[in-house]
Design a protein around this ligand. Structure first.
Ligand SMILES: Nc1ncnc2c1ncn2[C@@H]1O[C@H](COP(=O)(O)OP(=O)(O)OP(=O)(O)O)[C@@H](O)[C@H]1O
Ligand SMILES: [Mg+2]
Length: 300
């Protein structure tokens, strides 16, 4: 399996494009972004039956979207909107009731093993193997992705050096490191393989402001340096604006609007006469304010 983590050479002779009239996709500078489809979600539907007497909840309701290779695609939505369920469906942790999901052309239902080798899911608390050290985590992940043992060790050392973890800390359990560093180690598993689909479910929720910025910068670094495609959920609209090429809002399991951050801001201003901000976008298409959402989380 090819391991490509070095920056690709940029063609200095490439003609300079005229200023675009349409809003640009920020990932066009990524050389591996060839317009191919990294993730295809086609009328994906998932229902849960919470209790015996209660009726079914349609957590993900006929969601259709595609994510191009190299793109960072964000999913916003109020609590319970279906974001994590959609991520779990892509990661093969849950099975679809109907619809189709393909990761780099591999069907999640028919080709689960191939899909698992192409994805890396990081959830809010990076709960994976906290008893293992950063080094063990990366070597283990590399072996799962099919790298030979020697390559796995070399890659783990190289990535950990890049993360700036002191040699003396490489053998300590992950749980003894800061939450920000834990998230970075979890995300770094994605640069073991190429191409890769990184599924980030609220990767910065609960981090202090400085760690949050560090993790965001690391995500940006990965998208600039590595053939990674990212599907990301967040409640932080500034983070969505900073990191995402395109955004969708999931409301009650349905995809209600999709576009680049700038397209959505212009749309809400033009169609609803509201300030051109992602806050207005969120309010308009979820019917809630962010404060409503935070109150629900606090009362959970
Ligand atoms: N395992 C489950 N069993 C039953 N219901 C579930 C299960 N997982 C999710 N749900 C329900 O599906 C709906 C979508 O939940 P999901 O966790 O996907 O939302 P979310 O958008 O990730 O929310 P949050 O912003 O709070 O993380 C909710 O109504 C939730 O209660
Ligand atoms: Mg969630």
């Amino acid at each position: 399996m090819a391991i490509t983590t070095e920056p690709r050479p940029v063609d200095a002779q490439a003609p300079v494009a005229p200023p675009p009239t349409v809003l640009p996709m920020t990932h066009t500078a990524r050389p591996w972004a060839d317009g191919s489809t990294a993730l295809l979600i086609d009328h994906a539907t998932k229902r849960f039956k919470p209790g015996r007497s209660k009726k079914c909840v349609t957590a993900v309701d006929a969601v259709t979207l595609t994510v191009e290779r190299g793109e960072v695609y964000g999913i916003l939505g109020a609590n319970g909107g279906g974001k994590s369920t959609l991520i779990r469906l892509v990661s093969t942790l849950l099975t679809l009731d109907s619809g189709r999901i393909e990761v780099f052309g591999h069907d999640v239902a028919k080709d689960e093993l191939a899909v698992k080798q192409l994805i890396n899911r990081v959830s809010v608390d990076a709960a994976f193997f906290k008893k293992l050290s950063p080094y063990e985590n990366l070597v283990y992940a590399a072996r799962l992705y099919g790298l030979p043992a020697g390559d796995a060790r070399r890659e783990a050392e190289r990535i950990l050096a890049r993360l700036g973890i002191a040699r003396s800390r490489l053998g300590s359990p992950l749980e003894q490191m800061s939450r920000g560093m834990q998230q970075k180690v979890a995300i770094a598993r994605a640069i073991l393989t190429s191409p890769t689909l990184l599924l980030l479910d609220e990767p910065t929720t609960g981090l202090d402001p400085r760690s949050k910025l560090e993790v965001q910068a690391f995500i940006e670094e990965i998208t600039a340096m590595h053939d990674a495609t990212i599907l990301l959920t967040t409640h932080d609209l500034a983070e969505a604006d900073r990191l995402c090429d395109r955004l969708a809002i999931l409301n009650d399991g349905r995809l209600v609007v999709e576009g680049t951050p700038d397209e959505l801001k212009h749309k809400v201003a033009a169609e609803h006469d509201l300030p051109a901000t992602l806050e207005s976008v969120f309010m308009t298409w979820t019917g809630r304010t962010l404060d409503d959402d935070l109150e629900i989380q606090e009362n959970d």
